[in-house]
Every structure is written in structure tokens, then in C-alpha cells.
Ligand binder design. Sequence first.
Ligand code: ANZ
Length: 937
Amino acid sequence: MFYDHQSIDKKWQKFWEENQTYKTENTTDKPKFYVLDMFPYPSGAGLHVGHPLGYIASDIYARYKRHQGYNVLHPIGYDSFGLPAEQYAIQTGQHPAVTTEENITRYEQQMRKIGFSFDWSREVRTSDSSFYKWTQWIFLQLFDSWYNKTTDKAEDIKELIRHFENHGTQNLSAVQNDQLDFTAEEWKSASELDQQDILLNYRLAYRAETTVNWCPGLGTVLANDEIKDGKSERGGFPVFQKKMMQWSMRITAYSERLLQGLNSLDWPQPLKDAQEYWIGKSQGAQVTFGVEDSAEKISVFTTRPDTIFGATFMVLAPENPLVKSLTIESQKEEVENYIEQTSKKTERDRMSDVKNVSGAFTGSYALNPFTNQEMPVYISDYVLMGYGTGAVMAVPAHDERDHRFAKKFGLTIINVIENDNDIQEESFDSKDSVCVNSEFLNGLKYDDAKSLIISEIEKRNIGHRTTNYRQRDAIFSRQRYWGEPVPVYYKEGMPYTLPVSALPLELPDVEKYLPTEDGDPPLGNAKNFAWDEANQKIVSTDLIDDEKVFPLELSTMPGWAGSSWYFLRYMDPKNEEVFTDKNLSDYWGQVDLYIGGSEHATGHLLYSRFWNMFMKDRGYIDHEEPFKKLINQGMILGMSAYVLRIDGTNQFVSKGLAKDYQVQKIHVDVSLLKGGTDELDTEKFNNWRPEYADAEFILEDGKYICEREVEKMSKSKYNVVNPDDICDEYGADCLRLYEMFLGPLEQSKPWNTQGLSGVYGFLKKFYNLYFNGDDFEVSEDEPSKQEYKILHTLIKKVVSDIDNFSFNTSVSQFMIAVNELQKLKTNKRNILESLAIIVSPYAPHVAEELWSKLGHTGSIEFAPFPKFEEKFLIEDEIEYPVSFNGKMRFKLSLSAELSVPEIQEIVLADNRTMEQLQGNNPKKVIIVPKKIINIVL
Ligand code: ANZ
């Protein structure tokens, strides 16, 4: 029977849509299971075959869980705010909402074509005001919260105000920017403005002057993970350090919980390691050094207080406020020049450039409290202002950068650790490393020396034990148009939040998507974007008088705002009263399985854990961690094709002849190759681009053969394969099976369109098992033992494969089973019904078609997954070859259940054995169960 994949795909996609097969109910007795994909940014290029890899895997899992009787939440949506749509708007004037809508329509069509079992009715879009209303609402909750270290959670800012009113800052343990001290009286007598200023010091969403990565080319601030090698990841523009007032999120309040929480997660180890490194916990001490002829003190953070006897100079970050007061007149010029020079470098550059140390001397000297030696105070850009205290005690004998610095500036180096094998390691574990030249530490090993010196430091009141985290607060403002407006207005320069009733604060229309002439972000171009406080509404910007009508915040939220909580909205996407009903977030709980790319390791996956923990603290949800299990799918690589142009000509030489020429490799679109081969269709090439119209070719055997190379699949490399084309030619089921068949999910693997025909052949064979010629034909006869064995071998393998996310091996097992069943000409209902269910998570269209032909009216989706039964795999009869002195004489069929003594008894009593023995006793009887019997005469 002809396997008509096109009409089968269409028929079932229509059926699913009409019957809302995958619409998920919230009220059911079934246990729940939440399978989530990282939602896509709908780019203008559409999907290529690399994108659906993770979606296919999660779809298989979701379908499998439905067969197992779970109520499965498997939603999809769009991360639809972002830079590309905005840049396109800048170039063309097209409103980003329009391009975004078009792109989403295309994405949806492409995804529907692959037959994903998404509950489309739950679709969310982060750029939709019904969604970002709640992103803004969460922002307001963060603004109205502080972190209480005593209870170790975020609490309502009202509690903090109450504390101030009653006790001032006494007995307060909060996460804050600056350590403040005031009494209840002082608080109460402070002006409203001063009180607000104080509160900003504690709020989880706060405004503060921060050094940011400013990218003039993009007109915005970038996060560290948006910068690669000092340039913006998008566009490749240079990035500079600049001080700006910015909204920040106090993620550092959660550093320890984010670190500890990793232990409870079933995530890939490299991902957990990346987060652990990013959080960067270090334990050590803060120590204060006095400065000669000055009232100033320099505090340092060190993980190696045990080396303090070897601390011979100090280094401050160039931005450290102390630099000004410590620099003596004669050193001013040098110091200022140096500061100017380093302001051009990003933090990344400063950290990565370990070889070229540089710096300037301030002219001041600190005193080593343990050796009483003078320590010259330098500034250098290897010390970062945002870490620890922005100052270090330099121990040149045991720290590599300090060592280079000392060499360059001719400073004293004193060895205080004997056998320090690895000077870079914080906790060197060389057995022989002990302190020397260190008075009361001499002879002590690392741990003992560290605790002794810290207690001494604490005793002398010059410092204390402390823990530092490398992670910084997350900058939350972007000077962009296409993002969520921050629901804040300004009164006397102080931010105030809009009331919840005013949400969503809609993104206003602007004429220009560029910054304003005054350097304000694009929202500065909006005509209707001011807050009328008394009437509680948005009014014309012209009305701003700073008395009744106030300016609104002009920056927007970063890309990670919406993606930090979208998984919660899927639980109750249409709710207009709350972001998600608490009963529903209780029911759906954690995401049980999350599949997505590893590039989100330290961005999205840290921010969403942070917001989730915050929401839990404030009682809106019940789970500390959002994603229980996570899998990173690998990348599908493309087979790029190149033509070889002879330098300085318009002549192209075929690959095999190229060695005789100087050539330049040029990417060509893989669609210009003939039917999946390496041969270029030269005519198509001539028509591809005007500059190739007159191209000439040097052929080998009458053909132009391209060079091929495996690279990341990307539009810019002209190696993308569109899933739509594959679905048309081979069908969605073939695409799904093939993507899984390519190899282990987590690995990267090259795409090869030629490989599809093998999988397509399998599908035809599978389909035809259910047919006799052109007639659908299944028999009601009881299957044979052999047939059951094939089926149950398959069930066993597929169940264990899916449980282990080893989808590629399942596909191989399908092929084996179908081949074996075909050889047996199997057409028994009891085999074929089960087979259709087992295959259906992978190839749902053909499975539905066969299921309906088998006489079922509903979808196959909810048919119980066949149960594996061991009994079908037991070989109940074994045919033993019976040998005498190694020569096989006859065969004996015995039950597989028999023990060795039982077998021996039966074989010795057999007439044929008696004949061989001729009355003698055998010398030895060797029995290998289930294999052979050998009798030695
Ligand atoms: C003395 C010392 C001796 C240090 C030694 C290291 C080795 P982690 O582990 O990353 O926390 N440091 C402190 N603040 C710094 C800053 N703002 N910029 C650059 N470096 C800074 O590193 C902590 C160590 O890095 C601290 O311990 C300090 O140098 C340096 F044999 O103090 B150490």
C-alpha cells in the first residue's frame, strides 16, 4: 500500500486541531507531569532543522507520559521581546510588533507541521501586554521587598519600615548596598525623600549607580553574558565601561540558596558546575590596614589570610574611592593617566589579561599589622572594584598576578609558604606545604594556619571571617524600545511605582526607535508617556510639570524578565486577576522535565531560579526550584558547501583539481547542490547572485564538486535545511524519527539529508505490516510465541530508552522489530495494536492513521502504553545438543526452568545416552545451562 505521508500528516493535524486533542485540563484525577521546552525567540529566518531537535525529544516524552496515564502540561509560547525586531525597526521603520507577529505566525505554522502535541490554547507571548502586565507586577513585588538575613527570605518592605520605626537599624540583618546606621527617631524625623532613598538601599529591585557595559553601537547597556571578547555578541560593536544610574535586581541575596539548591536538581553536571562557578563562593577574611600619615584605612578581602606575613604591598582598583585621597600630589598625573587608560577596558579584558600587568603608584604606604612593614599602595586594573572591597593585600610569592606586578615594579617578595606547589589554588593540598617566616604560624598547614590567623585578626579587631560571592546584582535596565516598560515614575528624582490597577503599563508608540537627541532611551520619543498622579492615568508628555504630572521611567526591562517566570503563566495563561491561580501552581508544581540549549546555563537558568525563589518567599508559589530535571540537547550541525574561486578570477575549480591553484573558499547555499550530493548545479549557481552570472567552471569528469565541511547550522553559512521541505518530501514522522535517530540527544551531530531515505523506508515497511497489498488486513488470531517475544523485546527496550532519554536507540529497535515481524508476515491485531502505540510518541501521524484503521474512534494518544511481560521473553524450551567426547550425537528439548541435576537425570535416563554408554558409567557430565550437554566417556 502506498504510504501517503502528505495526506496522513494533514488529516491528523486537522483532527488534533478540531478535537483539541492536546488541550490540557486542570481538573482531573490523573497525576500531573509538566514537560517544558525553552520557548523560542521568533526570528525572521524561521526554523531550521536544528531548532526542533529538543522539541521533538520533549514531545516524545510528553506523549509517552500521556500513554502512561499522566495529565501532561506541554505548552509553547514565544520569547518575543528582543533586539533583532528592534534593529529591523530602526532600519525599516516597521513596528517591531508587526514583524514579531509575522514571525510568530511562521513559527507556529512550522511547528504545527511537525505535529507537536502542544496545548496551543495556552500559548503565551512575552511581548503581549496581557502577559507583561504580570512581568511588571512581579517587578512591583520585588520593589516592595527586602531580604531578611535572619529569616533567610524576602519579606514585605512594610516589615522593614516597621522595624525602622521601632528600632532603627538595630538588630537588623538585611542584604543591602551600604551599611547604614540610624535610630528609630532618626528614621521618623527623616523627610519622605530621605526615607525613600534609604529604602532603595534594601529593595530587591533598586536603582543605584553602577558601572555598566555600555555599547554605543547598540545604544544600550549589555549584560556580561551578552559580550564576547570585548564586543557585543549581537552586532560585534565595541563595549565600554561607564557609570550610570540603573535598575538592578538583588540576586546576590540569593547566592547561597542558588548554590545550595543545585544539590537538589537533576541537571547535567557541566551546567551545575557553570552555575557554581558563576556564583563563585569564596571563604576568607576581610582585613583592615592602616595608612601612614593618613586617617584612611584600606580594607581587603583575602581568601589567603594565612599569607599575610608575605603581604608586601597593596593594590587598589583604579575606581576605588580611596585612590583620590591616597594619591600624593607628585603622583597625581601618573595615577590619573592610568585611570583614564583603564576606563576603556571591560572587566572581562581586565580579568583575562593576566600576562600584561600594569599600574601606578599612589605615593602612600600602608602598614602590615603583623610585620609592621611599609607596604606601598598601588593601583592596577587587575583588581576589580565590584569584587570584595576593591582592594587586595598583595602576596607576590604566592599569587601569580601579584608576582608579575612585583617583578615589574621591583617590589619585595617574601616566601611564607614552603613547598607551595600551586600558587594559584586557594586551598593548595600539597601535603608538605607549611607556613614559614610567619611567626606563630610557622609549621602550620593551610587549614590550621587560616583559622588561627583569622581568630588573631578578629582578636586584634582588624577584620573578620567573611564569605564572598563573585556573582553581582543583575542590571535590569535596557535603553531599548522593544521590551517591557518599567512601571515607575519619578518625583524629585525618586522612583515611585505605579499602582497595580494601572498595569499593564503599555509600551507607547514612538516615531523613532533610536535614542533621543538628549541621549534618552527610545521611549523618550513617546508623545503619550507621563503619569498623572491624581487621576492615575497615562497622559501626554507635554503635561509634565513635576507637580501633578511626572515623567515615567524610559528604560525597559531586559530579555530575561519575561523568560524568568513564563513557565508559571502556562499554568493559568488567561487569568486576568492573578499571574496564576495558587491552586493551579500548586497542582502543576515544578517543571518535571525541561529541555533546552546549554547557552542559557548562567543567564536564564539563574535568573528564573532567582525569581522563582523570590515568588516562593512571598508566598505566591510553593516550590523553591522551578525545574526538577533538565536536559541540554546537542546542536544539529550543517554540512556547509564551498566553491573554490581561483584567486583574482571569476573561475571556479572543482574540488579534486584545486590543488594546482591558489583558491579562495566561498560558502554556497546547500540548496544549489544536486539532490543531496556534492555536485553543484552550475546553472543555479550562475543565477544565485549577479556576481556569479558569468562564473566559469573547471570541471572534473564533467561535474563541479563542492568542498563540504561540518559547521554550526546557520543562515549566515548557507547550510540551513528547512524542516518544511523535509515534511513535504518525507513527512513529519520521518523528520521526527530521523532527528532522534541521528544520535544521542545531548550530543552535537551533523545533518545529512541523504540519511532520511533509510528512515522513510522503515516507515513504509511499518505501515505495510498492516496491509495485504492494498487492503488493510489484520487477523484476530492469537499471535505466536515468537511474535510476542519480538513485541515484548521492543517494549522492554523502548521503555528503558525513553526513561533514559536515549531516543536514538529506540528508533533502531523499531527497525529491528519491524524487520522481524515482516519476516514472519505478522498481521495479528494483538501485536499490531501494541506496536502502533509504542511507535506513536515518535511518529504520531502514521500511528493515528493505523489506530483508526484498526477500528478505534478516539486518538491513540491516551491508549495505555503496552505493559512489558517478562514471561514472553523466557525461552521455555531449550534444544540442547548432546555430545559424547565432544561429538554431537542427538538433540534433546528440555524446559528452560530445569536445574542442572534435573537435566543430568533426564539426559542419563535417555535411551540414546544408554546406547552410547553401553553400560559404563560416564567419567564426567558437563552441563552448560541453556547451551550444551557434553558427556565424557
Ligand atoms: C592574598 C592572597 C594570597 C590571595 C595568595 C590569593 C592568593 P577568589 O578565590 O576569586 O575569591 N582579590 C580580592 N579582591 C579582589 C578584587 N577586587 N580584584 C582582584 N582580585 C581580588 O579570589 C580571592 C583572592 O583574589 C583574594 O585573596 C585576593 O588575593 C584577590 F597567595 O589575597 B588574595
